[in-house]
Ligand binder design. Structure first.
Ligand code: ZN
Length: 282
């Protein structure tokens, strides 16, 4: 049946109103930022992460075998990158090469940060891998923040210890710092990861922002894929970069977003690239 001109004009007007409404609602939504740590070791698990929305940031360990490759892949996708810097824990776990330990001279710290930046070239920030001893140590954090300031990197404190001084010292050195709010997968049990994801959503709704850290693991990927496909209306997935710069988030194409909130086939295994498929109406 053909619509007459008046009907189609009314229809267009309502589509326009809906888009406007969607755009204004979008601006007030709570922000959910997700960082995946320990990237650079396992091709299969990393591929699953890189198959998810590009707002999910990756934190790459500089000494990991695929560190450089993952950096370049993330750049190609427009995905934010952090240096996942190994830092000394309180316990006696062996630390990765190139990490920071308590008692290092500022020169050693500078060298290690420089090395990390030469591998994870396009990082916009750094967060700590382990680091319960390192982030509580004033001289070490002072040396680190001087370097982060030099490279214009922000610091995301993974908060592996309550006594961390990283945020305070960052501020003193003019380095932007943020704190992790929720760990997604301290336990790798599926039900636990699901519960943590729900907790993250509640945290975002209550505080306006939730910064969540997870790892490239099967259950984490499964929970994220399911959870992000059905994100509540009042929560928006944002990149770390946009959060750090406190950018106003405007949906790029409200008209197209109206047609589908389903995740694109590119977000599911086996992660074949299907250009421009997301949200395009049939
Ligand atoms: Zn880590």
């Amino acid at each position: 049946m053909k619509m007459n001109n008046c009907q189609s004009a009314v229809k267009i007007f309502f589509v326009f109103l809906t888009a406007l409404f969607a755009a204004s609602a979008q601006a007030q939504r709570a922000k959910l930022a997700i960082v995946i740590d320990d990237v650079g070791y396992h091709p299969k698990e990393d591929a699953a992460i890189y198959g998810m929305p590009k707002e999910i940031s990756v934190a790459i360990i500089p000494s990991a075998p695929y560190a450089q490759q993952r950096n370049n892949q993330a750049v190609a996708q427009g995905r934010d990158i952090l240096i996942h810097m190994p830092m000394q824990p309180v316990s006696n776990i062996k630390m990765e090469e190139g990490g920071l330990s308590v008692g290092m001279s500022p020169q050693e710290v500078a060298q290690r940060v420089q090395f990390a930046k030469s591998i994870v070239k396009n990082a916009i920030g750094m967060n700590n891998h382990m680091g319960s001893a390192a982030t509580a140590d004033v001289p070490l954090m002072t040396a680190l923040m001087q370097e982060l300031h030099r490279y214009h990197l922000f610091f995301l404190d993974s908060r592996t210890i309550g006594k961390s001084v990283a945020g305070k010292i960052a501020k003193e050195h003019g380095v932007q710092s943020l704190d992790r709010h929720i760990f997604l997968d301290d336990s790798d049990v599926l039900a636990d990861v699901q519960r943590q994801f729900q907790l993250a959503l509640q945290y975002a709704q209550k505080h306006g922002v939730a910064i969540v850290i997870g790892h490239p693991r099967k259950n984490t990927v499964a929970v994220l894929q399911a959870g992000l496909a059905h994100l509540p209306e009042n929560i928006q997935l944002v990149s770390m970069g946009s959060l750090w710069r406190n950018e106003k988030i405007v949906p790029p194409k409200p008209f197209i977003l109206l047609f589908s909130d389903l995740s694109a086939p590119t977000n599911r295994a086996p992660y074949e690239a299907v250009p421009l498929l997301r949200g395009v109406p049939r």
